[in-house]
Design a binder for this molecule. Structure first.
Ligand code: COA
Length: 310
């Protein structure tokens, strides 16, 4: 069975922070950041919290009453929820005024969460049923803006996809290796005591070791050849990672990227990419899209979904 993207939406904070901002007070440069990561700017929320950003992303789906009636599942992937209960997914049910027969929950798989949630959606839905999967983060509240290794990487944003379960082929692969190389551990969740900490080199090595293998296995298990994959949409962590993987699969022209504009928005990167591709009319009916997320856990998930066209 398979998953088809019917609609996409996104929401990004208005405040744009260019690399030059960090040059003013950190020992870094626009040139270093661009060369080592590919990032030129990112959005940093000044006044909108992650729940409201998520509501705007699902509003952007512009759901009809008929589409709403077919929704059976909502999964919101986030590591930066503002509070524990009610969940962001419950908030979305209320905000969209959805019927009550919906399984809705939030999950935290860090940057891998959108793909993990997509895999769960495919396993849960019956043919022709719909799910909303959201990736959403305001990571800036957990960033140490005085740490040049982390501050330059991350951004805030939210993306949403309306999926339909279909009879098409679906293949996926996931893995988890416990590690604190990318962590957010604090006594409390207030912004003074909890910051994202990362051993960038180890995360880089982990990614280059495990993600290509996960992509290879996912294609091998599918009914598609590598050449039949129309787009590879990877977690937007670092352009060097994406280019390295593109040398092994597909070629860089098949990789959609926007990390130059938005940085690493954790679980939001892939749905934000999908929405931009959709709005640019790049997605045509039945194109095969390979999605691969990786990050804190450490973990990774890959799957192939179909585009439903605009
Ligand atoms: N500006 C200038 N110099 C910086 C810097 C910055 N923002 N951040 C680190 N440096 C310095 C380091 O301190 C180091 O200096 P030294 O040689 O004097 O010790 C030097 O640059 C090289 O550091 P290194 O860690 O080897 O850089 P790198 O090429 O590995 O790039 C990352 C660092 C973080 C960009 C890279 O490791 C990375 O992207 N890793 C994966 C991170 C990731 O994707 N995380 C999210 C996964 S979801």
């Amino acid at each position: 069975m398979g998953l088809k993207i019917l609609k996409t939406g996104s929401s990004l904070p208005e405040n744009i922070v260019e690399n030059s901002y960090f040059e003013k007070y950190l020992d870094t440069s626009d040139e270093w950041i661009k060369k080592r990561t590919g990032i030129e700017k990112r959005r940093i929320s000044k006044d909108i919290d992650v729940c409201d950003l998520s509501k705007k992303a699902v509003e952007d789906l512009n759901l009809s009453d008929e589409e709403k009636s077919k929704i059976k599942l909502i999964i919101v992937s986030s590591l930066s929820a503002d509070y524990i209960m009610p969940s962001i997914s419950s908030n979305i049910c209320g905000h969209l005024n959805l019927h009550k027969e919906i399984l809705a929950f939030d999950l935290n798989m860090a940057c891998t969460g959108f793909v993990g949630a997509s895999i769960l959606a495919e396993k849960y839905l019956e043919i022709d049923e719909y799910a909303i999967v959201v990736g959403t983060e305001v990571l800036s509240k957990y960033m140490d803006f005085n740490n040049r290794e982390n501050a330059i990487l991350f951004g805030d944003g939210s993306g949403a996809v309306l999926y339909k379960k279909t009879v098409d082929n679906f293949s996926c692969d996931s893995g988890t290796l416990y590690s604190k190389d990318l962590s957010l551990i604090g006594k409390s969740l207030d912004k003074e005591s909890s910051f994202i900490e990362m051993n960038g080199k180890n995360v880089y090595r982990f990614t280059m070791e495990y993600v290509p293998e996960s992509i290879r296995k996912t294609i091998e298990m599918s009914s598609y050849s590598e050449d039949e994959i129309d787009y590879f949409v990877l977690h937007q962590a670092n352009m060097r990672i994406i280019k390295g993987i593109a040398k092994r699969f597909g070629g860089i022209e098949k990789y959609f990227t926007n990390l130059n504009k938005f940085g690493n928005t954790s679980s939001a990167t892939i749905p934000i990419c999908l929405d931009e591709m959709n709005k640019k009319n790049l997605l045509k009916e039945n194109q095969k899209l390979l999605l691969s997320g990786f990050g804190g856990g450490l973990n990774y998930s890959t799957c192939i979904v179909l585009s439903g066209g605009k």
